[in-house]
Design a protein around this ligand. Sequence first.
Ligand SMILES: *Cc1c(COP(=O)(O)O)cnc(C)c1O
Length: 466
Amino acid sequence: MKYISTRGQAPALNFEQVLLTGLASDGGLYVPETLPTFSRDEIAAMAALDYPALALKIISPFVDDCIPAGDLKAIIDETYAEFRHNAVAPMVQLAANQWVLELFHGPTLAFKDFALQLLGRLLDYILERKHQKVVIMGATSGDTGSAAIEGCKRCKNIDIYILHPHNRVSDVQRRQMTTVVGDTIHNLAVEGNFDDCQAMVKASFADRSFLPADRSLVAVNSINWARIMAQIVYYFYAALALGSPSRPVAFSVPTGNFGDIFAGYLARQMGLPVERLIIATNRNDVLHRVMTTSTYGRQPLAHTLSPSMDITVSSNFERLLFDLYDRDGAALAALMRRFDTADITFSDAAMARARELFSSHRVSDEQTCEQIASTWRECEYLLDPHSAIGVAAALAVTDLPAGTPVITLATAHPAKFPQAVKASGLDQAVNLPLHLQDLFERAERFEVLPNALSAVQDYMAKSISA
Ligand SMILES: *Cc1c(COP(=O)(O)O)cnc(C)c1O
């Protein structure tokens, strides 16, 4: 399996190389050169598999001969044993044809665990084999940082540095990062905002001279291909549980960077009968605007009750555009270069193709709260604000073939966002799951650093493991 860049200029890579790379050298994102596909009979046979066995089936062709089958199986089994539900990704029914796929039973209570638990283990396996060590650096305003730290905490060959804006992340989210113990885990609380943190990460990737010569820098944001790959699995798992391939299904996906929903698109390209993919956004609606107007443009960031979807551009959308433009890397490179300085409008042909499969819906904070409240009233089921946006979008779709089940991806546990539950007028206590109930008693460890690149890089240089 070869991976190629959406902008057509960077060298093709194998799985091992793509795992250790973030952005391609031409500024594009890596995608598989050809997708593995499964026949209807092959998909029907997958219905008998439990989650780890299904994951092995779906993931193997992407990893190809980079990892021996027995080792890959062991890595996947260990990854999904970390999840605290026997089904790994269970489903709950809210109404006729309305289902919720619970993706929050991993260590940090958000769907990012599905990918980052696997990514940490894959990286460590490959680094061990190569006798190499790397540095992971990332900025977080919430979920990504804790999922990355949990995913890497046992990795001997990775020093991980996660920057968060000091005093500007929620208590639950900060504690999920800062209470993880380990010499290779570094939480840096920067006296600035999230954009300052992100700018420092970007600058460090651009000039890595502050690091020892034998260390490369690895990104764990959703431009990393392995994250997308891991997320394809649960689309198959949920559809199979509801009778696919005989029964087509639709998915509603709370979307920020378009990583999670892009995995659903790939599942369909691989043969899964997906009738529709619903892009559910909050007020940061760049994707809803592109679906309705064909124009892709930046607007100022809005802070919402669903902070993990607060973005101004959706980096993984480029991966879909690559297909919509018939995989013409040169055309896409020209388009994206223009987007550096201006809004861009996509061709009618490209957008017509997108609209055959995707629809979109924007949900305000007020509607989010209404959805949390009404689902609680009707089903005694508590949604987190991101999942509530997904459910609201699922209920807004009226043009699906009769009887099509709509599966909303529940991307986080409601206890991560108690303020949204409160804002919905519920006085329901939201308890953290048992394994996190002592979160507020655990000791925290983080380093407060001034808002200066040199301070962050000096700290990193002197604390990197030998
Ligand atoms: C990251 C995240 C999202 C958005 O996922 P994308 O892959 O960026 O679209 C949605 N909900 C939660 C809870 C998240 O943490």
